[in-house]
Design a protein around this ligand. Structure first.
Ligand SMILES: [Fe+2]
Length: 389
């Protein structure tokens, strides 16, 4: 029997059409919104105009901050916080993928604390966000980071090539809107990489030393949904049914991630995209997945056998150990179906950088590595990167 705690205060609004409620929810938390988004996809899909219209209908004044970039930096956060202060915003509304939501969360802290945002990173451990943090509303346009349900914001510190997370209950969004219709225009490559991120969150928490029976249930459901629906969402992204089930996977993974956090693949991926900012988060994770399963399945064959089964492997009649060994090829098949069965070399990562990436993971991502249920050395990290190359 396991004792555990669980906490997630986000008001989830889920389903086709949920986005239309964004104004009504935002006005519960303020009257002047900073709307945080990227500058292209959300604009071209018409979602930005809908957000502006809904916020206006709710009687809110809106300042638009549309300078979100992939792998958002502290410089972008500072610029957003300056706008929030200049416009006297009292709520931060994110519409976009993980980068927009993470930027919004960091802005909500930076606008209310007289410290550089880097001081709040887990690796720095110098400052904690307080209840002064502005309330945050998140509407996700991808099935990926689940940031609309988590207390995490990932920020890259310019000049130090460090990509690290802030974790605080004060950046749990007040409302998380997950409307699968918003993901209908997500391009196939982004669908694939964000879907790989969902799967990594699920399996990393599942195989962590902080997993609980509750989070295991969320993780299994997320992995099963990704296995069944990500290839379909990749191939036929305009079908709402495919997007609906990936949105559900995103929610299940989010409820797990919010309490377990990520582990070793994220510990290695953050240094990868810190050094190579053009590498999308999920693209950097994908090459690690099969070597991760091959390396670690022996430490918990029961769980890895379950992963294989959830991905449709023929485990009936096999021993637990043999079934566990089926997880890696099953994951390989999933990645192949979304054209992400690639190596780090194809992302432009230089082989001679691998030891430095492992060192960075040990320098500022130890909180993730510490959640592995086995000892992981520098040599183990380098071996995992080599196998992913
Ligand atoms: Fe992630």
């Amino acid at each position: 029997m396991t004792e555990f705690k669980y906490y997630n205060p986000v008001r989830l609004v889920f389903g086709p059409g949920a986005f239309d409620e964004i104004g009504d929810h935002a006005k519960q938390h303020g009257s002047r919104a900073l709307l945080v988004t990227g500058c292209t996809a959300v604009r071209s899909s018409g979602v930005l105009d809908r957000a502006l219209s809904h916020l206006d209908d709710a009687g809110m004044a809106v300042a638009l901050f549309d300078r979100v970039i992939p792998n958002p930096t502290d410089e972008v956060v500072t610029a957003g916080a300056e706008l929030a202060l200049a416009e006297d915003c009292d709520v931060v509304v994110a519409v976009g993928g993980g980068s927009a939501m993470d930027t919004a969360k960091a802005i909500a802290i930076a606008a209310t604390h007289d410290l550089p945002i880097s001081e709040f990173l887990k690796a720095e451990d110098k400052a904690e966000p307080t209840e002064a943090t502005l309330p945050i509303i998140c509407a996700t346009t991808t099935s990926g980071t689940s940031s609309e349900l988590t207390p995490f914001a990932v920020v890259t510190v310019t000049g130090r090539q460090m990509k690290n997370a802030i974790g605080s209950d004060h950046i749990f969004p007040r409302v998380g809107i997950c409307d699968p219709e918003l993901t209908l225009t997500c391009p196939p490559r982004v669908t694939a990489t964000t879907g790989a991120d969902v799967f990594c969150h699920a399996i990393e928490g599942y195989f962590s030393n902080v997993a609980t029976p509750l989070t295991d249930h969320f993780a299994e459901k997320a992995m099963e949904l990704v296995g069944a629906w990500l290839p379909l969402a990749y191939a036929e992204g305009d079908k709402l049914e495919n997007r609906y089930h990936m949105s559900l996977a995103n929610v299940f993974a989010g409820y797990e991630l919010s309490n377990c956090g990520a582990t070793i693949m994220h510990a290695l991926e953050h240094p990868i995209s810190a050094h190579y900012p053009e590498v999308a988060h999920g693209a950097g994770l994908a090459p690690l997945l099969v070597p991760y399963a091959e390396t670690f399945s022996r430490y918990d064959p029961v769980k890895f056998a379950r992963v294989a089964q959830l991905l449709g492997a023929e485990v009936a009649g096999a021993s637990v150990e043999d079934a566990a060994r089926m997880a890696a090829p099953a994951i390989q098949g999933l990645l192949r179906s979304i054209e992400l069965d690639t190596g780090l070399s194809e992302l432009g990562v230089e082989r001679e950088m691998l030891p430095a990436l492992a060192d960075d993971a040990l320098r500022y991502m130890t909180h993730g590595i510490a959640k592995m249920p086995c000892e992981v050395s520098r040599d183990d990290l380098i071996a995992l990167l080599e196998a992913s190359y």
